[in-house]
Design a protein around this ligand. Structure first.
Ligand SMILES: CC(=O)N[C@H]1[C@@H](OP(=O)(O)OP(=O)(O)OC[C@H]2O[C@@H](n3ccc(=O)[nH]c3=O)[C@H](O)[C@@H]2O)O[C@H](CO)[C@@H](O)[C@@H]1O
Ligand SMILES: C=C(OP(=O)(O)O)C(=O)O
Length: 432
């Protein structure tokens, strides 16, 4: 541990939201596309609507450190990748450990170098986050996986070849990683039990433009016919449904009416219905989504599950809303067991959340009071900002880096809606 500067957010609650907010491009699609751009050794890939968030910056650094020429024009939300210059198959710990997307660089490295060396994989600390489906899939495609204590070496000197793969559960990045690996593996690959998240479909659209032959997206059963090469293309990243959900829930938390530009109601899946049950109103006005909340919130039962079920990434924000609802809400997290750490922070603000047998019981309504709270992870941090919007007094949330991993300029965008949210640097003890 060493002293350094850290970001924190300061929220003064009590103002209903009003106005228009722009939904960012999807983190969970953009990260995969940056990795996929490295599959081709010719030409320059252009990605549009790339969110200027910390995880994307880490992906850019990781691509650069292995030799790619990457320009991220943040103001234009545009990324240009030239992967003809790759020099190294080693994903170094200091960058790879800082975000989840690093494991998605493996297929390109296997195809380009016949080996990939991962010195670490990061991502939110949400309890156990295995990568066994990925490694088993690479092995079935013909790679040798050597899982050392801190370094994982995957080799495929003679290349990969099509095979029948399966996922024990429909893993989001697992599906994308194996699709990428199979795209350039001669023969046919079938992947059983694949994820159906909208980002997976956007990734299929991107890979297909590059020349990949992939069918079955959205069915849970994907077939990939390997091709001999992929080409650099231009693609616009889909809107971030989690960012949209967080802003919709910000309006639900503070009250008021907002316009979400770039949100797709269908991508919210069950989240939309649950928010409606709580008393949040949605209306589409052409391509703009209006979100309105006036009356007191009603309690809710939520079970997280893969798309179109209730997204685990929106479980923390809805826990914040449940603290304000009139009655007891029940929330069962089935994807990441570490996501209940938010409860203790909400309780510091006056909420009554108890964890019983892996279910969170939220006894509402509570009057939330601002205080200093710790963001346990990305979405837990966003959930605490939402709590701050409804709380009496001032809420200070740190570390802000977690929130910045996945939401771009959340303070500026909330201020545009009339909220009192600021972001500041402060001295803190940080991991070396
Ligand atoms: C960068 C990215 O896209 N992150 C998203 C992705 O994470 P990520 O792709 O890591 O999540 P997965 O869908 O893979 O994980 C789902 C569950 O499967 C388990 N599992 C997964 C892979 C594996 O090899 N072995 C295994 O046991 C995990 O521990 C977890 O319990 O999907 C999650 C679930 O929608 C989202 O919360 C994350 O925002
Ligand atoms: C868990 C998340 O991300 P990651 O998989 O990148 O850690 C998230 O986006 O909430």
């Amino acid at each position: 541990m060493t002293k350094g500067t850290e970001i924190r957010y300061r929220v003064r609650g009590g103002t209903p939201l009003q106005g228009t907010v722009f939904v960012q491009g999807a983190k969970n699609a953009a990260l995969k596309m940056i990795a996929a751009a490295l599959l081709t050794d010719k030409g320059r890939t252009v990605l549009r609507n790339v969110p200027p968030i910390e995880d994307v910056r880490r992906a850019v650094e990781l691509a650069q450190v292995i030799g790619a020429r990457v320009e991220f024009h943040e103001a234009e939300r545009t990324l240009v990748v030239d992967a003809s210059t790759l020099t190294s198959p080693v994903l170094p710990a200091e960058i790879a450990r800082r975000f989840r997307g690093s494991v998605l660089f493996v297929p390109a490295l296997l195809h380009r170098f016949g080996e990939a060396v991962i010195e670490g994989v990061g991502g939110c600390n949400l309890g156990s986050r295995n990568l066994d489906f990925h490694y088993r899939g690479f092995a079935r495609l013909g790679a040798t996986v050597d899982e050392g204590e801190s370094v994982i070496r995957i080799t495929a000197r003679d290349g990969l070849r099509g095979a029948h793969l399966y996922l024990d559960t429909p893993s989001h990045t697992g599906t994308e990683n194996l699709m990428m690996a199979a795209s350039l593996a001669p023969g046919t690959t079938i992947i059983d039990n694949t994820a159906q998240e909208p980002e997976v479909l956007d990734m299929i659209a991107f890979l297909s433009k590059m020349g990949a032959e992939i069918s079955g997206g959205g069915t849970g059963f994907i077939t990939v016919h390997g091709v001999s090469e992929l080409r650099a293309v231009e693609h616009t990243v889909m809107a971030d449904r989690i960012d949209a959900g967080v802003f919709a829930m910000a309006a639900a938390s503070a009250g008021g009416e907002i316009n979400l530009v770039g949100a797709n109601l269908d991508h919210l899946g069950v989240v939309r219905w649950k928010l409606e049950q709580m008393g949040v109103e949605f209306a589409t006005n052409g391509a703009v989504l209006q979100v309105h909340r006036e009356k007191p919130l009603r309690p809710i039962n939520v079970i997280t599950s893969p798309f179109p079920g209730f997204a685990t990434d929106l479980q923390s924000p809805i826990m914040t809303l449940a603290t304000m609802a009139e009655g007891a809400s029940y929330i069962r997290e089935t994807i990441f067991d570490g996501r209940y750490s938010l409860a203790a922070e909400l309780n510091k603000m006056g909420a009554k959340v108890e964890i019983d047998n892996n279910v969170a019981i939220v006894h509402g309504p509570s009057v939330l009071r601002g205080t200093e709270v710790v963001a346990p992870d990305l979405r837990g941090g966003a959930a605490l900002i939402l709590a701050g919007l409804a709380a009496e007094g001032e809420t200070v949330i740190s570390p802000g880096y977690y929130i910045d991993r996945g939401h771009s300029a959340i303070d500026e965008r909330l201020r545009a809606l009339g909220a009192d949210v600021t972001c500041e640097e402060h001295e803190a003890v940080v991991a070396a």
